[in-house]
Write a protein that binds this ligand. Sequence first.
Ligand code: XMP
Length: 435
Amino acid sequence: MKQDMIVILDLGSHENTVLARAVRALGVYSEIHPHDITAEELKALPNVKGVIVNGGPNNIIDGKEIDILPEIYQTGIPVMAAGHDKALCEIKLEQFGNDEEAMKEAIRPFVFDICKAEANWNMKNFVADQVELIRKQVGDKKVLLALSGGVDSSVLAALLLKAIGDKLYCVHVNHGLMRKGESENVIEVFRNQLSANLIYVDATDRFLGLLEGVADPEQKRKIIGGEFIRVFEEEARKLDGIDFLGQGTIYPDIAESGTKTAKVVKSHHNVGGLPDDLQFELVEPLKQLFKDEVRACGVELGLPYEMVYRQPFPGPGLGVRCLGAITRDRLHSLREADAILREEFALAGLDKKVWQYFTVVPDFKSVGVRDNARSYDWPVIIRAVNTIDAMTASIEQIDWPILMKITDRILAEVPNVNRVCYDLSPKPSATIEWE
Ligand code: XMP
């Protein structure tokens, strides 16, 4: 293995992720693990040079104060105590709050002088180590992966491909709610350029059939999520002898779904919900990475820039932007308007500046006039927001001439549309998506 590692044991601190990033900023790879890791599990992790026990206010579980297992101190691996707890007061990391720079300096002596860790964390080494670990875990068995074309699943596919080649089976389900050109791009990159085993399922008719007449947003999400699992399951059953499932889990997913000490923010699943008789062992090589690191990993693996720096796109896709009961003609208008918006944002360099931008088509019409005749058509709503963590968002102030150009193009090129509006609502009170 090429990289040294510092393990952070989570004793209920809010600063675990800042600490993990501070260690990585020193050039040393770090992983966050639950407080009750056993000595055996710890020693099974590659190249562990030191342990930081990070205590905090969430150190009470079921009324009992938690602690690490005493056997950890017997492993011979240096342990540093940090945190709020009086018993763990060697370094009070909470005084640094989110100041990664200050925290970095505070832990530097432990990492380098006591643990003698080498600053050898970089994406090249990370990829090399993960390739070795994946090969060790999977052997000559087969891995199945739901490849949506999003950043996480794409980077995971490229990494697994490098590790196990044609023992990887990617399934791309087109639910008919993808953006223009997106499924085609997945096929081009993974099947044509990277020669991956890619099973492409065009399930448009199935999804749109089930969604017909369904206007309630939650109901729509449930149908799309549920059907996605069914289609994926059908494909999984067709393939013989699959033992592993690749999951594009990344660290924020784990943090948001609740670690042992953190409360659930929102439940996250990628391809959860598969039936019990389809049990796979998981392969999750990205689960200790933050989003920017996942992108860096994708670049290291040679994925195209647009794929790695793609803006977030919700699982239910255009389904939550074609408001109310989805119809094929309105979905077509939405897809074309979205493609124009993306093209113009890229031309103006806004694709690198704005966090998320998209169009919405509501399920009502308004009166207009075209070629001296009355029209009765849909509006297109443009939304462009900036955010750090998607929990709150502010509106991007787009230059007027760019908005005018986009408006003119949508009105000229998109069928059945006679108005363009710009959504000025921050989150809160709105959410980023409309449904
Ligand atoms: P909201 O609308 O809740 O969105 O402000 C916050 C961020 O999450 C994305 N989003 C989703 N992502 N599955 C996803 O993978 C979903 O069901 C989903 N719903 C919203 C949204 O695009 C925004 O970036």
